[in-house]
Structures are given as C-alpha cells and as structure tokens.
Design a protein around this ligand. Structure first.
Ligand SMILES: *Cc1c(COP(=O)(O)O)cnc(C)c1O
Length: 409
C-alpha cells in the first residue's frame, strides 16, 4: 500500500490568489462595464530587454550546429554565467565568492523551497511576519511546522513586522534554528540597514543558526546604506545562504533563472555535534535531483550583465520604481499611511480606520475598481494592511491614483 506524505494534508486548500480571483470574478458578474485595474499581481509586465533576447536567439542557433551544440551542462551552472555573477554582484561590492559556492537554478522559488532537503526535520523555523508563503509551506510539507491554529503554525516562530516596530524585526522570543529573511521585503516593501542586518548575523553566529536570505528584490535598492547582499556583513558567510533571482531584476518570471550562494564555510551539525559543510550537501542534492538550467536561459542571464543589458535593465527597474513613487505620493496625498516602495516595488498600505484587510480589499474593488492583495494573506501581522505592486502599466498606475483621489479627497 502506497502511503502519502500526510503533512500535505495540513496545507490550506484555498490559496490567497485564487480567493482574490474568485472575488474579482464575482465583482465582474455584477459590474460588467467597469474597468478593473490590478495592482495585486507580483509579476512583472515589461518585456525582456533586447540584450537578453539577442543572447537567447544566438544561444538557440548555437544548439543548431554540431560545433556549438550543448547537451547536459555542468551541475552547478556554466562558468561563463557563474564568473559573470561573481564579478558583477559580489567582487564589485568587496565580497569574495568562489565559483564552487554559486548554484545556478531555475528560479529562487525552487531553491527556497528545496533547501530543506539538506536540513534535519527537528529544526525549528523562524519567519518574519507577514511573509512570502513558500518559506512556511515548504516546511509544512517536511513536517517542521506543526499544526495550524488561528492562522499560525504551532512550531513556527513568527517575528512580527508592523508599524509599531517600523517593520524592523526584533530577535525571536523562542529558539529558532533556521531563520528566513527576505530583504527588500515581499510583501511590505521595507528594507534593513547594514546595522539592522548585522544584528541578525551576529545573533546567528552566537546561536549556530542558519539564515536563509532571500534577496530577490536587490535590484530595487536605491538607498546606499541598504545592503544588497547579506555577505556585506562580516561573518555572514559562516551563517547564511543567499537566494537571488533574475525574475524581478530582469523580467525572467517566465524564462526561469536564479542562483543560490552556499558558502563553503557554512556548516550544519549532525545530532552528535559534528560540523558538516552545507555546500557539499547541496552540491550532492542538486547533482542528484536537478539537471541544470537550460543553456539558452543561462546565456540570456549572462547578457543581463553586458553593458547594454545593464543599461536596459536599469531602465525597466526605473520604470517600476517610478510607478512606486507615483503610488507613494498619490496615497500620501489621500491621507493614507504607506510603507515600502522606496527600495522595493511593493507598497504596504495601512487600511484607514482600522478596517480589516479583506474588508478594505472589497471596498477598494467595489468603489474604485482597483485590486490589491489583502495583507493578512501573508500572515497574521499583515492584518490591517494591503499590498499594492508597482509592476503595473504606467497609465494604469496613474489612473488608479486619480480614482483614489476622487474617492478619498
Ligand atoms: C518573486 C519572488 C522570488 C522569485 O522567484 P522565482 O522563482 O525566481 O521567480 C523569490 N522570493 C520572493 C520573496 C519573491 O517575491
């Protein structure tokens, strides 16, 4: 008899974005003529830049002739891409990363979810709250989360990030072994300064904790005091794995490419306290379960770092960040409280008059035909907030602000 992994049965059936879609569809039935503006999606809308397209076209041609054909690539990724990443994303910031520490993948979601394969089932998990759902759900599947009551998993330590602490998480009140940090943050759009991040690295060093650092939105940082990589903090290579993605940086949400840094100095422990290199374990895991990102995709990712690529990508990031500025200014003008949006493509809006997230979502939908994402969908501390994204079209963003001004002023 084939048994299933029963931890899957603990996962909630309904998923935030399908609940939203249901409510939007119900609205459309009764309001067929109204034009909805979606500021809810976490996906990019600008096309791939020409430098990437050209590189991918050329890579397709490479595969079409015997001399330049590529079959299976190296497990960790092609050195043309790994070396380019190290030079541009790390060496340029004074960080030393070896080629054996970079693992090219098909996006950060896969690795943030799969990294648990090399970690013991008894680890306790800490997350900032609200949070990107993948960190929790992948641990639920592995049996590390316990049971769900009132929106919280019993074995997960939730570290609230709210207006009260200015979205800077305090050190956890309970012991954790694995800690997930995502900065710039999805969903709040807030960041941590060097000093605030150092507090976490020091804490991890003192307590033998591993930090899973998701830097998917690194390209959106404008403020020079905000670290782009956790390895800018001294000692972080001993305690942190960093996840990067070309999805939000370069519009690769459909192409699929990212990379993970697993430093060679990073150790985990056996139950009898023997130190084991996580780099070796992850290498073994990937070599067994992953056969690499396509040659065409890796050539496309390499082009992100060419002089033309950099310029073109900067233009699309600037486009989204101009949307973010338009939204921040518009919402502030309406007398709303907004957070984020300065070093990230997300705006975290405090609902007016203490309305709950879903009520405000519905009011916004029915009275302004704008779709946001209810903050509570990202965790209990998201109650009373709504996430808006800057990934929309410029005209839609402007129109949404006009509607809000008419609604609220
Ligand atoms: C979008 C996003 C990613 C990127 O995921 P990919 O699988 O690389 O597309 C990673 N982390 C967070 C928090 C995100 O919002």
């Amino acid at each position: 008899m084939a048994l299933i992994n029963e931890h899957f049965l603990k996962l909630q059936n309904s998923y935030l974005f399908s609940d939203i879609a249901k409510k939007v569809n119900a609205f459309k039935v009764t309001h067929p003529k109204e034009r909805i503006i979606s500021l809810g999606i976490g996906d990019v809308t600008q096309p791939l830049v020409p430098a990437v397209i050209d590189a991918m076209h050329k890579a397709v041609d490479d595969l079409g002739s015997k001399e330049t054909f590529h079959g299976y690539g190296p497990d960790q990724g092609y050195s043309f891409l790994i070396d380019t990443i190290i030079r541009n994303d790390f060496t340029s910031r004074g960080i030393t990363i070896e080629s054996g520490e970079v693992f090219i993948n098909d996006g950060a979601k896969s690795d943030t979810g799969n990294i648990g394969d090399i970690l013991g089932y008894d680890n306790s998990i800490g997350v900032t709250d609200p949070v990107y759902p993948v960190y929790i759900d992948s641990n639920v599947m592995a049996g590390r989360a316990g049971t769900l009551n009132k929106g919280k998993w019993s074995d997960v330590v939730y570290i609230p990030c709210t207006e009260e602490n200015n979205f800077v998480p305090d050190l956890p009140s309970r012991k954790v072994d694995i800690l997930y940090l995502c900065y710039p943050n999805n969903p709040t759009g807030t960041t941590l300064s060097q000093k605030e991040l150092k507090k976490w690295v020091d804490y991890a060093l003192e307590n033998n904790i591993i930090i899973m650092y998701d830097a998917a939105y690194e390209a959106y940082i404008r403020n020079p005091d905000i670290p782009h990589s956790i390895y800018e903090i001294k000692g972080a290579k001993k305690v942190a794995i960093e996840f990067r993605s070309f999805s939000k940086t370069a519009g690769f949400t459909g192409v699929r490419c990212g990379y993970t840094i697993v430093p060679k100095e990073l150790n985990g422990f056996t139950s009898n306290s023997r130190r084991i290199s996580l780099n070796q374990l992850w290498n073994r895991r990937q070599a067994t379960k992953f056969n690499g990102t396509s040659y065409i995709t890796q050539r496309g990712a390499e082009a992100v770092y060419s002089p033309e690529g950099k310029e073109q990508i900067k233009a699309s990031v600037d486009y989204y960040m101009t949307n973010a500025r338009i939204m921040r200014e518009g919402l502030l003008e309406c007398g709303l409280k907004v957070y984020g949006g300065e070093d990230a493509p997300y705006i975290w809006l405090k609902t007016p008059n203490h309305i709950n997230s879903w009520k405000f979502f519905e009011k916004l939908l029915y009275e302004t035909y704008i779709v946001g994402t209810p903050g509570v969908g990202f965790g209990p501390s998201g109650e009373g907030y709504l996430r808006l994204t800057a990934f929309g079209d410029r005209n839609d963003t402007l129109e949404a602000m006009t509607r809000l001004r008419q609604w609220l002023i």
